[in-house]
Design a binder for this molecule. Structure first.
Ligand code: NAI
Length: 331
């Protein structure tokens, strides 16, 4: 039998936490043959709710679930974890300045970086979900220098999946027939959902999405804003932010990272920029990546037109501003 993999979920008593822990325990993240031990962290005010989630995990009698650690102690939570899904954070509340929210999250991610660095298993893979996801991931990277920078990523797969969903709806094809959209940049409303390299499988083979949609006006405006603002649309409808789709996307992100992307297709991940596509190094920026043997690599050599260039630079600029705001919170 395989050794269990230890998966940490922070903010586990929250909404995404409640959606993701049963997915992980059912093998959605790591496959149907991989036993798991769940580590769940939340803060003291949520301790009782966290214990309730622990009780439900026991009651669900998941065959793959070999153990549960539920704690408010970050050091204990991080002990020997192989995968860390960082969902916990400080949400923006009404009347709060961007800087105040940033400052709270910077101190949370700084502390959790140190705990992961000290206690996580070697080669632990980290996925930051909590907003501002790219910048939280960057802080985590800065304060865990012994964790390889390749192991620290943030979630833009939800945006990627939303883009696939919009194209498939427009063409009335199944979502699995659409591939190779790209989310560039920040997980925020400046992100750039790019369909210039996306394809759709039709009865006469694989065709460029641009050719099949045949409506550049829609692709260059409404499609982009719908994807950028989908999170807000969900909040408006549900009065709560997207949780099931975020949880599902986080599972997709880790699964593809660990088990590999299918041949001929790529996904979007927020990763530490190596300067590809002229994006400054030192940012966590969403790129198209393929994964193999547990490692991602940025898809190189894609043609970037002027329209895309401007949008890719605008979202990079926002990340540079977030980075300096985060830095100023550290002083
Ligand atoms: P939530 O408020 O329901 O849950 C957050 C949980 O984190 C709470 O239980 C809270 O007690 C806990 N928490 C706060 N500080 C913590 C700390 N220092 N350590 C451990 N836990 C802590 O929020 P929800 O809906 O689950 O969303 C979580 C985060 O994910 C938010 O920041 C949200 O903006 C973000 N998000 C990101 C998406 C993405 O695509 N990257 C998509 C959807 C949400």
């Amino acid at each position: 039998a395989k050794n269990p993999v230890r998966v940490l979920v922070t903010g586990a008593a929250g909404q995404i936490g409640y959606a993701i822990v049963p997915m992980i325990a059912r093998g959605v993240m790591l496959g149907p043959h991989q036993p798991v031990i769940l580590h769940m962290l939340d803060i003291e005010p949520a301790a009782e709710a966290l214990n309730g989630v622990r009780m439900e995990l026991i009651d669900a009698a998941f065959p793959l679930l070999k153990g549960v650690v539920a704690t408010t102690d970050v050091e204990e939570a991080c002990k020997d974890v192989n995968i860390a899904v960082m969902v916990g954070g400080f949400p923006r509340k009404e009347g709060m300045e961007r800087k105040d929210v940033m400052s709270k999250n910077v101190s949370i991610y700084k502390a959790q970086a140190s705990a992961l660095e000290k206690h996580a298993a070697p080669n632990c893979k980290v996925l930051v979900v909590a907003n501002p996801a790219n910048t939280n991931a960057l802080i985590l990277k800065e304060f865990s220098p012994s964790i390889p920078e390749k192991n620290i990523t943030c979630l833009t797969r939800l945006d990627h999946n939303r883009a696939l969903g919009q194209i498939s709806g427009r063409l009335n094809v199944h979502v699995s027939d659409v591939k190779n959209v790209i989310i560039w940049g920040n997980h925020s409303s400046t992100q750039y959902p790019d369909v210039n390299h996306a394809t759709v499988t039709t009865s006469s083979g694989e065709k460029p999405v641009r050719e099949v949609v045949a409506d550049d006006q829609w692709l260059n405006s409404e499609f982009i804003t719908t994807v950028q603002q989908r999170g807000a649309a969900i909040i408006k409808a549900r009065k709560l932010s997207s949780a099931l789709s975020a949880a599902s996307a986080a599972c997709d992100h880790i699964r593809d990272w660990v088990l590999g992307t299918p041949k001929g297709s790529w996904v979007s991940m927020g990763v530490y920029s190596d300067g590809s596509y002229g994006i400054p190094e030192g940012l966590i920026y969403s790129f198209p990546v393929t994964c193999e043997k547990g490692e991602w690599s940025i898809v190189k050599g894609l043609k970037i037109d002027e329209f895309s260039r401007a949008k890719m630079d605008a979202t990079a600029k926002e990340l540079i501003e977030e980075k300096s705001l985060a830095k100023s919170c550290l002083n």
